[in-house]
Structures are given as structure tokens and as C-alpha cells.
Design a protein around this ligand. Sequence first.
Ligand SMILES: Nc1ncnc2c1ncn2[C@@H]1O[C@H](COP(=O)(O)OP(=O)(O)O)[C@@H](O)[C@H]1O
Ligand SMILES: [Mg+2]
Length: 266
Amino acid sequence: MSCTQRHEPNLALHIEDLTVAYEGRPVLWDIDVNIPPGVMAAIIGPNGAGKSTLIKTVLGLVRPTAGHICVYGYTPRQAVRRIAYVPQRSSVDWDFPTTVLDVVMMGLYGQLGWLRWPGRKERQRAMEALESVGMEALAQRQINQLSGGQQQRVFLARAMVQDADVLFLDEPMAGVDATTEKAVVALLQELRDAGKTIIVVHHDLQTVRDYFDWLVILNVRVIAQGRVRDIYSGANLRRAYGGRIALLDPESGEEEPDAVPREVGG
Ligand SMILES: Nc1ncnc2c1ncn2[C@@H]1O[C@H](COP(=O)(O)OP(=O)(O)O)[C@@H](O)[C@H]1O
Ligand SMILES: [Mg+2]
């Protein structure tokens, strides 16, 4: 089955029977994921659960062993212009000598083609995106001179100029200050309210219910997926995280006495 028959065109993301392995070792095992359009979805799971791999596979950066992936009923390759990606900050070479404005304009290359130099109209759009994330004053700054939060805003602006329908962000809130986190969340929710689908690898269990309306709980396999209010439960979190973290009781927000950090075998 491929997406050429416009398989599940009503889903923003449809993944079926996907297995991904590195050097023969599966890190995602036979997963099915369905995310409807217009939601703000979190992908959560412990370190090494395969969250980044999942996103990279959707983007075609990692080749799956088996399975297929459809974005609005098309293969990711066919849908490439409808997809924007904000990578994990640590995976980016920040010493690359380029300005904030250039990074944002890279978001337009999908529309321009690599050989067309961006003109005044494109600069205008890039500047508008920088304004919407509060970074217009730093447009000419070298990206290696930005704080973590500022870098994250620049990547968000780049995703915005792309005007994609689905945005994938890998831990956009990791290591940013509280003000930036609030600004990023507000912006993403605004995009969601405008009909975009936002899919975020998220590391902070405490904010899942405040920020997101859809949830995929992952640990090599899909533990649970659906509306946050239906599946965000202590039982599901324990199934994903085991005893590796201090679990929060999703009802009270208090730490559960029986969920102190401890090593678990296997
Ligand atoms: N390029 C790679 N080569 C080999 N193993 C990898 C590679 N990338 C990730 N892994 C391994 O695959 C597993 C899943 O990684 P990743 O998708 O980054 O997890 P997460 O984002 O949930 O922390 C981990 O065990 C990680 O060490
Ligand atoms: Mg990751």
C-alpha cells in the first residue's frame, strides 16, 4: 500500500506498520500513528524512545525498514512543500556563518527553487515572520550570536514563511527561557487555530495538558494515542516510562509516592 491512491487523505499524518532500525536494531517497531488535521499534538516518551527518529523518517531523512507514511494522503516526498521541520537545536551547526534573515529565507527555497535568488517580496515575507516571533531587530545578526530561545524563534519564523500545513518540531521548548516558551506555545496554538497541524516532540510531562490537545505516547511501540484528555493517564505514562522518572499524577499534579526514580530492568 502506498499513498498514490491518496490513502487516508483526511488525516494530516497516517503511519502504518512502520519499523525503523539502525544497523539492524529496531528503534521503532511496527507502529501505527494517526493524527487528524488542525490539532496540536505532542509526541512524548523516554529518552531513546524513537521520537526524533519518527519525525526524521516522516521527513525522509531516515529510511524505514518497513511500513508507509502518508501526509494528507500523499507520500512525504509528494507533500514536501506542505511540511515544515524545526530540528532539535543540538543537531544544528550553529557556527555556520549566516544571518538570521538568511536562515528564515531558507524556508522559501521550496517555493523558489534553489536557483532563483530571493527578491524583495521574499525578504518582506521573511521580515514579517521575524516580526511575528519578535526577532525583526536581530535580522542581520549572525546565528551563532543568538541565545537558545532566539535560535528557536528563528527556526519557527523559517517554518512560518514556508506556509506549510504540517509543522514538525523536535523539542522546541528544550533549554529555552520561560518567556520564549510561552511565546512559542502561543504562536503554535495560533497556527493550529488557523488550521495547521502542529506535531511537537515534547519533553516536559507537566505541560502536556496545558499546551496540547492530541497525544502520541511512544516507546519503540506506540503505547497510546488520541485526545490528551482521553489518554493522558498515570497508567499510560508508567507503561511508557516505567520507573525511570518521577511520575506525576496526572490528576493532582503531585508526585506519586510510589513513583520515585529507580532503575528498572529491561
Ligand atoms: N543515526 C543513528 N545511528 C544509530 N543509532 C541511532 C541513531 N540515531 C538514533 N539512534 C538510536 O536510536 C534510538 C532512538 O533515538 P531517537 O529517535 O533519537 O530517540 P528520542 O528522540 O526519543 O530520544 C536510541 O537508542 C538512539 O541511540
Ligand atoms: Mg530526540
